[in-house]
Each structure stands twice: as C-alpha cells, then as structure tokens.
Design a protein around this ligand. Structure first.
Ligand code: GDD
Ligand code: MN
Length: 366
C-alpha cells in the first residue's frame, strides 16, 4: 500500500512538474509583449561562422543558403572553420568561394579536429561583425532568417538570439508534433520572461563584444550555444528565441538514439554548471534556470524510481506498471518517456565521456 502510494506520488511528480511549469509559463508570459525594441531596418555588420567536420554532403547547399539571405551582402562576412575533415569539405568550400567572388568568405583549416567550440573560438579571432551568428552546416535557414535574427540587436539590452527548430530529413519522423510544440512554446515564454537557457547552434547569434568579454565559447563542455547564451543572460542581457525565427535541422537517419543521448549529455553538462551560477541572475531568469535544471537533472530520475516502487509493491503496483506501458501507445507520452530515458543515459554516460568532440552522424539532405 505504501509502496503503491509512493509509486503514484513519484509518477505524479514526474509528469506534473513539467506540465505545471509549461502551464505557468504559457499563462504568464507567452502572450506578453517582448519588452525590447526590434528594428527591421537595423543593419550591422554580421559574421556568420560555419563550423564543419565532414560535411561534404551538405556544405555547398549550406553556403548557397547563407548566400541567399536577404541581407546586404557587403555587410556579411562568412567564416568556415573546418576541423581537418578528410572527406573533401575544405576543398568544396574553396571551390564554392571561387565561384562566388562577391561573397566575403574566409576558410580556416584546423590542423586537427578539436571540437566545435574550439573551432568557433578560432574563427572568432577573425570576426569583425558586431553580431556573430553560428550556423551549423546541417541546418537551413529561410531567406529572411538572418535579418529576422539581427533586428533584435537594435535594442542594446539584447545580447543573444537563437531560432526555433523544425526537424527535417528522413530521421525526423520520430519526433512528435505535440512535444515540439511544448518545447518551442516554452522557449518563447522563457525568452519573454527574460531569457531561455536553451539555444540552438543551427542559428545562434551573439553580440561579439559579449563573446569577447566571456573569453569565447566554453571548450570543456558540449553545449557551447546554450551555455554561452546562459552566461550572457547572467550578465544581464536578454537571450531570446523569437517566435518568428526558424531553422530547419537535418535529423540523422541512422544513429538517432546515440545522437539524442549525446545532445542530452551536453544539456546535462550545461545545466549542472549553470545552476551553480544562478544566484546573481535576474530574478525571472533565475526561476527559469532552476526549473529547467530541475527538469533536466532531477526529474527524469523520478520515473525509474516510480517504476521500482511499483514493481516492489506487488500485483497492484504491477497493474500501475501495465498502465504506464499501455500509455506508450500514445505518441506524446512515448516521446516524453524516450526523452527522459535519454537524459538518464546521458547523465550516466557523462561519468566516463563528455563527448566534446563527437561522432558525425549521416544526414541526408531532404
Ligand atoms: N570545426 C569543427 N570541428 N566543426 C565541428 C566539429 C569539430 O570538431 N564537430 C562538429 N562540428 C560542426 C559540424 O560539422 C556542424 O556543422 C556543427 O559543428 C554541429 O555539429 P553536429 O554534429 O550537427 O551537432 P548536433 O547538431 O548534433 O549538436 C547540437 O548540439 C550541440 C550542443 O549539444 C547542435 O545544436 C550544436 O550546434 C550544438 O553545439
Ligand atoms: Mn546538427
């Protein structure tokens, strides 16, 4: 009886906390004005950094995509920083540059692969733009994305801007619509509250002087984008993902699970470090940071704890387990549970490898 009640309480807390957080954030912030003055006509100099490691299949399309942005070309500087790819990526970049003499493109070839963040820091040394935009090679932007991201920097209180994501490619079918809506609405609500601690390297824009004040991107943990955005918010600047800014991300068709676990590992590393810095944060952001840290670090574990209690409770507990399993037929629930298992696997896997330089999955263009 006691174990049964415990199992129910743990499961209730596990599913209740994120739903409550979502409901509160939605209610309180989603419909709110941004409280910053974006300016559609704002045209600073921009540096787009594309880090590449074995991106031969995608890099030309990505450069075309950046080239096609509706932003004055003379104000855009592109830096490709390649981590010693052996699949011809740098040669493809050189070829592309030769065909587009009007594009301001610099290629940096690293002598050896050293991870994304280190590559970004190397590129940063050459960056001259007021705004630096990270552009992963396996993403695509709508043609207005760059201007849409930059307009927010017209307001000096904005320090960083990132996108919402649309999964694309053959691997995307796994992702659940309902889950994505929950995820994206949370990002926007958090941004409106003050800042979101989750950024996306598919399009992550930062004020360059703030990056310099931070000494660049962190090279000892994986979530370079999210962690940098969080630190900028801790400095008192807004770090936001506006609802009108989207990027398409190619989801790997193979190695999907390993990919999810690795990204979860990076988020776990990020939040584990970020909570310890949350004290002096702007109050609204402190709350968001604690809530997200709880959801990523603690809450997933309530699920196996509930399962263990239910299994130990005997037949009535087993009935609960049966119910939990039957619910797996419901896709949003299934997606959520899979995410929790990824976070648990991630926390465990972080004990022996941080995956700061990671395996490159195969991604087919859609
Ligand atoms: N130069 C260089 N060196 N580039 C690299 C390296 C490296 O060692 N490793 C990866 N990259 C490049 C990839 O070619 C790609 O353009 C970009 O960095 C992101 O790599 P992905 O392999 O696509 O990472 P992801 O999408 O699974 O990871 C996501 O989460 C990370 C943090 O957890 C993205 O949002 C990343 O941007 C983010 O850093
Ligand atoms: Mn990617």
């Amino acid at each position: 009886m006691i174990l049964e009640a415990l199992a129910l309480a743990l499961a209730g807390a596990h599913f209740g906390a994120p739903l409550l957080y979502y409901a509160c954030m939605r209610r309180r912030y989603l419909g709110r004005p941004w409280g910053v003055r974006a300016d559609e006509g704002y045209r600073p100099r921009v540096t787009v950094i594309v880090p590449t490691y074995r991106e031969a299949a995608l890099i030309r399309g990505r450069l075309d995509n950046i080239y096609a942005q509706e932003y004055p070309r003379e104000l855009v500087e592109v830096i490709v920083v390649d981590g010693a790819s052996d699949d011809g990526t740098p040669e493809l970049v050189e070829g592309w540059a030769a065909e587009h003499p009007d594009a301001n493109l610099r290629l940096i070839r690293e002598a050896e692969r050293g991870g994304k963040a280190r590559a970004l820091n190397r590129a940063l040394r050459y960056a001259t733009g007021e705004v630096v935009v990270i552009a992963d090679a396996d993403a695509l932007w709508p043609s207005g994305a760059l201007a849409e991201a930059v307009k927010w920097f017209a307001d000096p209180t904005v320090g960083a801007v990132s996108c919402l994501k649309r999964p694309a490619g053959p691997g995307a079918k796994w992702l659940e619509e309902g889950y994505r809506r929950y995820y994206n609405e949370l990002r926007v609500a958090e941004s409106k509250a003050f800042a979101t601690p989750i950024f996306h390297g598919e399009l992550a824009a930062f004020r360059r002087d703030l990056l310099e004040r931070l000494g660049g991107f962190p090279t000892d943990i994986g979530a370079d984008d999210s962690h940098t955005a969080t630190r900028i918010a801790l400095m008192g600047y807004r770090a936001i993902t506006p609802e009108g800014l989207w990027a398409e991300e190619l989801v790997p068709s193979e190695g999907y699970l390993a990919w999810r676990v690795r990204r979860a590992q990076h988020l776990v590393q990020h939040f584990a470090r970020a909570v310890s810095m949350a004290r002096g944060a702007p109050p609204e952001f402190r709350l968001v940071l604690y809530a997200e840290a709880y959801l990523h670090l603690v809450n997933p574990w309530l699920l196996p704890a509930a399962l263990a209690a239910a299994l130990a409770a005997g037949p009535p507990g087993w009935a609960l387990v049966g119910l939990g399993l039957a619910l797996l037929a419901y896709k949003p629930y299934r997606t959520w549970v899979a995410m929790q298992l990824c976070l648990i696997a991630a926390a465990l896997r972080n004990l022996w490898t941080k995956e700061v330089a990671w395996r490159r999955e195969e991604k087919a263009p859609s």
